[in-house]
Ligand binder design. Structure first.
Ligand SMILES: Cc1cc2nc3c(=O)[nH]c(=O)nc-3n(C[C@H](O)[C@H](O)[C@H](O)COP(=O)(O)OP(=O)(O)OC[C@H]3O[C@@H](n4cnc5c(N)ncnc54)[C@H](O)[C@@H]3O)c2cc1C
Length: 808
């Protein structure tokens, strides 16, 4: 066994082997994998082996497409069969809402390059005569679906990696991992130690325990999962004889069952409501290639239903039942990437669909490690997406919710209830008492909209405009015509202090740092010139800068800052989290409200647009920015949590003569749409350049050198490929939700990133990306739930196009 290697991959399941293979494919040869038992000894060996491209997140769906396409390459390189059955699959919808969901997945597939087709039930029945049409309303065919041999596939990855130079040590258990001062690691095993630059945790069922070796608690939990294998079925053999091929896979949403052919019978697995976590505290190290006790009672409701839907099943005997554990994260997607706060410690774990996602995970991780960038958008599986609030108990509640909803639709206005309320501000009860409907914003309860007296404070979940529509409109109109107040505690807030703070920020950000008392907006780019942040920065005094950004990206951004911090201690970063909370007042009367709360002069001459001040407001020490995301005259007021109630009460008192209204996140997002403002994780993602997004005016190429400058100069020359545009959509009762395809003269040319109803200007709007050459054109269509809707580009913001209101 080697005593030193560039990378040590811990875990020889399908994910570890894929990571190892992809590292060698990316050119790194000095890489080793250690496996405590034999390869596949965790979840991998007893998997049902199914694969498909279906995923709620388009980027993950794309990676699943990559994984499925990879198997032929692996077989070729390794000479090891993966046992592929490319049978295609049918996803069956039992309700109109589920059918709408399928239509949206089908629309997305058009720009992702995935092959799907919407079918009537008569057409679906032709493909799988075992189903009873009367229980369903329609189906989607996914040509990429199939299944494989889990052991063969894992060995195909492993052999390919070995051929490329990697080494694999089986029967070698990692017992401790200790950091050295230079950022490298000593990996202690029961067969000797390996000194390494990088550690990758691919520990699957033991990923949590490996995390604990380096002092982190990963939000991962294993669940028991059952599938059964039927005896041979005459209906199956007859079908095979007649058609000359296998039955297609089935996903039956209603029964929460997946199904596929296995020899001359069927495999049938369930995602049951009565789901059961496995080893919620600690996975025993002695757990080997074992199965768990089957418990058919738990899945009896699913079986009863699926037997109705597929009557031939009811007559088939059960040959065996497999019950095995595999891991989930709170949102069901993997945990991939470098861990914030630990140098050179990476994860590729929490992969619940190793045979759909393992290849994509390996590709993303290897490119990220070798090139410093995953090469595509991996946010949906980035380990940085969970904050410290994702505790073990939180994970347990969310994972159970996620497992039991595996085949449920998530509506765009649906807030899932498990583990809530989790974090709350001091205004939580006050907001509820005023009719707030709350949403979860990075673990924090945040008002979405306010139900007036007599109206139930509850969303009716739907893909269409819903019951909040008139109330959000009232909030927008009240704000735009007078003044509104909203809670903004859910923003990320930071302080940068020290003699090196300004130089550090100037190196990280594209815009020039402001003078004392002023604010700038600035993108942050990676080395390839792609957008990885978008911030508001205020200079409070020399050596003190405050910064605001996206709450969800806090760990993602901290990881980046830490990677680039000078090690001379000249810069300190404080992430305030809930240590600083805020309220924003906006609208033409907001200045009058602010003036009533202070004896300082806040006139337009004394307190200008993009000014930053530290002053007492309503006798609370506050930081104030004259800027708001509504694009109107307005202010963000930041205080310690202890003062938040007082500040809110005083604002409401001062606002009463002006008819102040509460507004929630939905009204805020509606107002930003009519200003054409982009939003982080929708329009702003690390696959777009600043010119493509339209933020190039915040890039100062004449200032000091900054990360991404060269790439930004290049992009300026070429103009990049895409353009973010805003469309006015000819919608009916349903606005875009995001991820719809954009058509031009009948061809898919782009995609929608977000949109909705802009209430003040009374228009349905969408933002998205198209090739830059098409920006002058006007013949676009957007597919909304299976219907083509005309869309025309709206070049200037519909509200206050010259930005006079926010400056006045
Ligand atoms: C019943 C069942 C059916 C399933 N069906 C499907 C399916 O149809 N399709 C699909 O895509 N997925 C399916 N899955 C899920 C799939 O099995 C997992 O997604 C996949 O196996 C995860 O692989 P992994 O490599 O992350 O983890 P694991 O397979 O758990 O591998 C982790 C490895 O790390 C090793 N290890 C842990 N700690 C150490 C240490 N300290 N030192 C050295 N080695 C260590 C373990 O021994 C193990 O071999 C199913 C799972 C089950 C249980």
């Amino acid at each position: 066994m080697k005593t030193s290697a560039r990378v040590v991959v811990i875990g020889g399941g399908v994910v570890g082997c894929s990571v190892l293979y992809h590292l060698t494919k990316a050119g790194w040869k000095d890489v080793v994998l250690v496996e405590r038992d034999i390869l596949t000894s965790g979840s991998t060996w007893h998997a049902a082996g199914g694969f498909h491209t279906l995923n709620g997140d388009p980027n993950v769906a794309k990676l699943q497409g990559y994984t499925i396409g990879l198997y032929d390459e692996l077989e070729k390189i390794s000479g090891q069969a993966c046992g592929l059955h490319r049978s295609g699959g049918l996803i069956l919808a039992d309700t109109p809402a589920r059918m709408e969901w399928l239509k949206m997945a089908h629309a997305r597939a058009k720009y992702l390059g995935l092959e799907t087709e919407i079918l009537s039930m008569a057409e679906a029945k032709k493909l799988n005569p075992l189903l009873e049409e009367k229980y369903f309303v329609g189906a989607m065919l996914d040509a990429a679906d199939g299944n494989l041999d889990p052991e063969g596939t894992t060995h195909a990855y492993a052999k390919s990696a070995r051929i490329n130079g990697a080494e694999i040590y089986q029967g070698t258990k990692v017992t401790a991992i200790t950091p050295r001062k230079d950022g490298s690691w000593d990996v202690k095993t029961d067969k000797g130690d390996i000194h390494t630059e990088y550690v990758i945790n691919c520990g699957g069922l033991w990923a949590r325990e490996i995390g604990r070796m380096v002092g982190i608690e990963l939000p991962v939990l294993a669940m028991e999962h059952m599938y059964l294998v039927t005896d041979d079925m005459k209906e199956v053999t007859d079908f095979n004889k007649e058609r000359g091929h296998e039955l297609p896979h089935i996903i039956d949403f209603k029964s929460e069952v997946y199904m596929r052919q296995e020899r001359s019978g069927l495999v049938l697995g369930t995602y049951e409501q009565a789901c059961k976590p496995w080893q919620p505290k600690q996975t025993p190290w002695e757990f080997g290639r074992e199965l768990l006790q089957p418990d058919l009672d738990r899945i009896a409701p699913n079986l009863e239903m699926v037997y109705n839907h597929f009557p031939a099943l009811a007559k088939a005997g059960i040959k065996r039942v497999i019950n095995g554990p595999f891991t989930f994260t709170p949102d069901g997607n993997p945990l991939v990437g470098p861990v914030q706060g630990l140098k050179n410690f990476w994860c590729a774990c929490g992969v619940m669909a190793g045979f759909s996602q393992g290849g994509g995970v390996g590709l993303a991780l290897s490119q990220w490690m070798v090139n410093g960038d995953p090469g595509f958008d991996v946010w949906a599986m980035d380990i940085a997406r969970f904050g410290e609030w994702a505790t073990r108990a939180y994970t347990n509640e969310k994972v159970r919710e996620n497992y039991s909803r595996r085949f449920s639709i998530k509506f765009p206005n649906e807030e899932l209830p498990a583990a809530r309320p989790h974090q709350t501000t001091a205004l939580y009860d006050t907001m509820l008492a005023q009719g707030a409907v709350m949403g979860d914003s990075w673990g924090l309860e945040t008002p979405l909209w306010f139900a007036p007296k007599g109206t139930e404070a509850k969303d009716i979940i739907s893909f269409h405009r819903s019951n909040d529509f008139p109330h959000v409109k009232a909030e927008v109109m009240g704000t735009r015509n007078g003044v509104g107040v909203t809670e903004i505690a859910n923003f990320a807030k930071y302080a940068f202090t020290g003699a090196g703070a300004e130089a550090f920020l100037s190196r990280m950000m594209t815009n020039k740092m402001p003078r004392v008392g002023r604010i700038i907006l600035t993108p942050m780019l990676n080395h390839n010139g792609k957008l990885i942040g978008d911030f508001t920065i205020a200079k409070a005094k020399d050596e003190l800068f405050y910064m605001w950004g996206s709450s969800q990206a806090q760990k993602y951004h901290m990881r980046w800052f830490e990677q680039h911090l000078p090690d001379d201690g000249s810069v300190r970063i404080e992430r305030f989290d809930m240590g600083l909370v805020g309220l924003s007042i906006a609208g033409p009367k907001s200045r009058a409200v602010l003036q009533a709360l202070t004896d300082e002069d806040v006139s337009n001459a004394a307190f200008k647009f993009m000014d930053h001040r530290s002053m007492d407001i309503a006798n609370t020490p506050a930081l104030i920015n004259r800027v708001t995301y509504t694009g109107d005259l307005g202010y963000e007021i930041w205080v310690k949590p202890d003062f938040q109630r007082r500040l809110y009460e005083k604002i409401m008192q001062a606002g009463k003569p002006h008819g102040i209204v509460n507004f929630g996140m939905r009204a805020l997002l509606s107002m930003r749409l009519e200003k054409n403002f982009p939003t982080w994780f929708r329009e702003l993602r690390p696959i777009y350049g600043a010119a493509e997004v339209g933020l190039d005016r915040f890039i100062d190429m004449t200032k000091n050198d900054f990360i991404g400058l060269k790439a930004a100069q290049e992009e300026k020359k070429t103009g990049g490929k895409l353009r973010r545009v805003s469309f006015i959509v000819d919608a009916s009762d349903c606005d875009v939700l995001g991820d719809e395809p954009v058509f031009h003269k009948g061809k898919v040319v782009g995609w929608v990133t977000s949109g909705g109803y802009a209430h003040y200007v009374d228009k349905s709007l969408a933002q998205g990306y198209i090739p830059k050459e098409l920006v002058g054109d006007d013949e676009f269509e957007i597919e909304i739930i299976g219907e083509m809707r005309k869309a025309r580009i709206n070049h200037d913001p519909l509200f206050d196009p010259k930005g006079e209101k926010m400056r006045s």
